[in-house]
Design a protein around this ligand. Structure first.
Ligand SMILES: NC(=O)c1ccc[n+]([C@@H]2O[C@H](COP(=O)([O-])OP(=O)(O)OC[C@H]3O[C@@H](n4cnc5c(N)ncnc54)[C@H](OP(=O)(O)O)[C@@H]3O)[C@@H](O)[C@H]2O)c1
Length: 292
């Protein structure tokens, strides 16, 4: 790749893109940007290669091995971008996510390691690579707003504090981890287990809390990066793709297609003058607290 090509070619990275909504995002980006580079993130090389083959191995798509729950893996992926792909990013889509099927401490840690810390670690590591007018989309869920609705008033006030720091945000979840570790009801520390019948087959509280974390994190990153990257005009958004039929929910029926979920994400990639740090679905602003 010549340096001239590198400077003109835009680079998109989508994590967890070997299947589901992330795969559909890559498919659309590959078609829309034939001369740009789309990095199809996959935590497993073989699954990534299979996804690439399923796309017909377009020349503008490359597999990037990346496990977002591992700092080492993120660092290796970053080095690969620096060495092989021009040392920059234009769009980062933090799509990788899991839904726990158990309610023990390991399930809580695993969920947060990918859905919350994974996004934070990705952004800490990759944001310096973003060029002018770069975009980050943190794939969240309306589950975040449900979590906000069902947590204590004290927690709500703290989550919505405009001066909250990222460290303080992490600390707001510490009592939940302690309660689960000690076998206490999460309600005693302000996190009320949520009853949301459409998602009944995984442990909702952990998933919803992790997505609340990502949605609030997005607001804080937008606020802080205005200063940190003041000349770069970076836009960061949280997006709900909507309830889509994927492996995450055991291919739940009566939901929307992952293609539509991808469109919801791409809205935050393509829309001009998007308000920074906000929460979107299908191009409409979502409230931070569910009205359901
Ligand atoms: N489906 C919905 O209804 C819905 C609704 C709201 C939000 N979302 C969000 O949308 C995103 C995509 O979900 P989906 O429905 O497309 O789920 P999916 O089909 O299960 O795909 C999830 C993807 O994330 C990858 N992944 C999981 N943990 C990872 C990690 N630590 N590092 C890197 N990749 C990892 C998976 O890789 P493997 O193949 O290796 O497991 C897979 O590629 C998630 O953030 C999810 O929370 C989905």
């Amino acid at each position: 790749m010549s340096s001239q090509q590198q400077s003109h070619q835009r680079v998109f990275l989508i994590t967890g893109a070997n299947k589901g909504i992330g795969f559909e995002v890559v498919k659309k980006l590959a078609a829309n940007h034939p001369t740009d580079l789309i990095l199809l993130g996959s935590r497993d090389q073989k699954r990534g290669e299979e996804a690439l083959a399923q796309l017909g191995s377009p020349l503008n798509v490359k597999v990037l091995l990346i496990d977002t729950s591992s700092k080492e893996s993120i660092e290796q992926a970053k080095q690969e971008i620096q060495k092989k792909y021009g040392d920059h990013l234009d769009v980062l889509i933090n799509n990788a996510g899991i839904a726990p099927i158990k309610s023990d401490l390991k399930a809580l840690k695993d969920t947060f390691n990918t859905n919350f810390y994974g996004v934070k670690q990705m952004n800490d590591a990759m944001s310096p690579l973003l060029r002018d007018n770069g975009r980050i989309v943190n794939v969240s869920s309306e589950a975040a707003a449900l979590s906000m609705k069902h947590c204590s008033q004290d927690l709500k006030t703290k989550f919505l504090n405009p001066n909250l720091t990222e460290t303080e945000l992490e600390e707001l979840f510490a009592p939940l981890f302690k309660a689960v570790e000690e076998g206490k009801d999460p309600k005693t520390v302000g996190f009320d287990p949520i009853k949301y019948s459409a998602l009944e087959n995984f442990y909702l509280l952990y998933y919803c809390a992790s997505k609340l974390g990502v949605t609030i994190l997005t607001r804080l990153e937008a606020r802080d990066w205005n200063k940190k990257y003041s000349t770069k005009n970076i836009t960061i958004s949280a997006v709900c793709p909507g309830f889509c039929t994927t492996d995450l929910n055991n291919k739940a029926q009566g939901t929307r297609s992952p293609e539509l979920g991808a469109d919801s994400i791409l809205y935050a990639v393509y829309t001009e003058n998007l308000e920074n740090g906000q929460f979107w679905r299908d191009g409409s602003r979502l409230p931070l607290e569910s009205e359901e």
